[in-house]
Design a protein around this ligand. Structure first.
Ligand code: FAD
Length: 316
């Protein structure tokens, strides 16, 4: 951690001008639904810019994603962003999902290509009647619903299928030209890679915000496996921090918060103002890291105790 990052955290400040967003996945069971809503209730008072809800491979969570978005819209003042992918669906089917999001009141879509239904690593083949790549989906959304803001993905270590940086940046440029106004990165652990990526993006003449995607390490073994599939490097110094903690969840949790805080505070030092947290539907680590960023829960205007108010009243 650099000197000024330590000072920012010691001052308990640093939230000025900082914005966060939180990503959730749609729950499969009632127990998972309860966990998700507990997390949303805990994180909502931090007034995120938006909260996003993922879309399962091949549209497997279409109904659940929609139900989660609808509940967020009905019960909270949060601005939801709906993820959507091209995989395994015709253009008409994808357009219908976009229409249904718009009708429900969603005004922000994270437009993605998606991975083959067989899993990451299998060869991607566009659906014969579908949108082939994310840029095609962005263009379609913007054409049908210009009122909807569109975010896209970006990869600080290149998408695993991009053979070189030119291909990677050409693709990001196509997405921007199609109407994307923000990119959210795949997670990464080495901030120098993010800085180098920003330099490449700027040199390519791309000027939309590139928001770092931050993953708190809830379980190092699982995160490493996921990182390998997603093409994200786990540096040896990073792995060393979790060494020997496999059977020690409480220390692991403390270390995870410290490691994640160290990453985001260093990014603040590098001038980053927006952070997108992959929450895995868990609030504690993300809440702690946001606290260290200087963020505090919004206070209601009246005198009523916080617990007596609905989430909408508490935050809105
Ligand atoms: P694209 O930007 O379309 O690019 C994918 C690859 O195709 C790149 O290598 C690109 O260079 C290449 N390419 C692009 N256009 C062409 C072309 N015309 N010809 C040949 N090659 C081309 N997955 C889900 O299933 N659900 C989610 O909710 C989800 N959310 C995500 C959120 C974020 C912030 C991120 C970073 C990823 C998310 N993913 C999600 C994972 C994502 O679907 C995968 O990483 C997928 O492999 C690529 O999708 P993309 O939109 O990045 O693809």
């Amino acid at each position: 951690m650099s000197g000024s990052a330590i000072r920012a955290s010691r001052n308990g400040g640093g939230a000025e001008g900082l914005r966060v967003s939180f990503e959730f996945f749609p729950p499969k069971t009632e127990a998972m639904e309860a966990t998700l809503w507990h997390s949303i209730e805990r994180l909502a008072p931090l007034s995120p810019s938006f909260v996003s809800v993922t879309y399962g491979a091949g549209g497997s969570t279409r109904e659940r994603t929609h139900a989660t978005l609808s509940r967020i819209l009905a019960e909270t003042p949060l601005k939801p962003a709906a993820h959507l992918t091209c995989v395994g669906a015709t253009c008409a089917e994808v357009d219908a999902v976009v229409d249904s999001y718009a009708e429900a009141g969603v005004r922000h879509i994270v437009a993605l290509r998606g991975d083959p239904v067989e899993g990451i690593g299998a060869t991607y083949r566009p659906h014969p009647g579908g949108y082939a790549y994310s840029a095609d989906l962005v263009a379609a959304i913007r054409k049908q619903h210009p009122e909807i803001e569109v975010s896209v993905s970006a990869y600080v270590e290149r998408h695993p299928e991009s053979p070189d940086w030119q291909t990677e940046l050409d693709n990001l440029k196509r997405k921007v030209d199609a109407g994307a106004s923000r990119a959210i990165t795949q997670f990464f652990f080495d901030n120098d890679l993010y800085s180098a990526f920003l330099d490449r993006v700027a040199a390519a003449g791309i000027s939309i915000p590139i928001v770092p995607g931050i993953v708190p390490v809830l379980n190092f073994t699982q995160t490493s496996k996921f990182a390998q599939k997603a093409g994200a490097t786990v540096p040896p110094w990073f792995a060393a921090r979790f060494e020997g903690l496999e059977e020690d969840p409480s220390t692991r949790q403390l270390v995870a918060a410290a490691v994640c805080a160290e990453q985001v505070l260093d990014l603040v030092d590098r001038g980053v103002t927006d952070f997108h947290f992959y929450t895995m539907n868990r609030a504690d680590l993300v809440y702690a890291v946001c606290h260290l960023l200087g963020m505090r829960a919004a206070k209601p205007a009246g005198d009523e105790p916080l617990e007596a108010l609905s989430l909408r009243e508490r935050v809105g």
